[in-house]
Design a protein around this ligand. Sequence first.
Ligand code: GTP
Ligand code: MG
Length: 339
Amino acid sequence: QLAPLPPMTPAFLKTLNSVCQQCYRDFAPDEVELGVREHILLDLESFVKRQFTGARLRLFGSSKNGFGFKQSDLDICMVLDGQETAEGLDCISIIESLARLLRKHPGLRNILPITTAKVPIVKFYHARTGLEGDISLYNTLALHNTRLLASYAAIDPRVKMLCYVTKVFAKLCDIGDASRGSLSSYGFTLMVLFYLQQRNPPVIPVLQEIYDQEEKPEVLVDGWNVYFYDDLDKLRWPRNVESVGALWLGLLQFYTETFDFREHVISIRQSAALTTFNKQWTSKYIVIEDPFDLNHNLGAGLSRRMTNFIMKAFINGRRVFGTAVKAYPPEYTSHMEFF
Ligand code: GTP
Ligand code: MG
């Protein structure tokens, strides 16, 4: 049981709001930075084509979903013209020969093929920009979930702001790095979107549940339905007018006071509650269902220790951001000092 929060003051909420907005302004990349990423992509594509004729490279992840940082990695997916899926391809040996090829690229360093992972990749470091990146093959579902996240980001500016605040919070609390046993950025983004759908009134709708026809259209990719409503101009739903600051505090309260992790799954594909029992995912406390690959639980890799550590970060966050203090001057806007 958590101690109740002291009464919130309008002045503190206002500060909180400007801190959240400032966080977005500080971290969102500008047009130039986005252009640099496209430029690297084109350069790599023409280089890769020397050996793999018909190769196409596509950016996904935070370079495209609307929640990227200046230093976010370059997530790249490679496909071959005339080859619809990875079926019949020896992905591991393609990744290995791609790595051999990339070692000859003058602008790249630290080429490292990783062929034991669920999705084989080759990692690289782009020396001039200091950006890291990886290339995977036929990571088609990731291209679609990137598009889904980008659509949610485009619906309302508060979506982007809140995702940035949450990602910064996760990095600062050391709970946002899947390669070190915590949760990926993608996992946190799904948590934010789910919360915004559950808010009353909701800030965003459930795009996978909206369709013009009688029945939900079926667009199958790797056996999963990747359909979602993307005619955003036509969307109509109840207006939520809360400030980003209020929504941020609301998020911390939602995941510490309201949401029942034992009972429910964090799932952005449907508005009806989904139970952990339903999914047979009762062995984990934090359960986040991928919106398309319904067998994929983003929380599957969390140890009990890490789960506690993440929950503690949320509990501390709720206390820090939910306790109005007078110490901050009204012009105070630097979010970093908050932590
Ligand atoms: P940052 O790189 O931290 O800015 O965020 P990101 O959204 O790019 O996350 P990350 O590089 O970890 O993942 C890249 C993309 O891979 C995600 O945006 C998803 O589109 C896709 N993806 C699909 N399943 C997973 C998963 O289980 N874990 C991760 N990390 N990514 C997944
Ligand atoms: Mg990334």
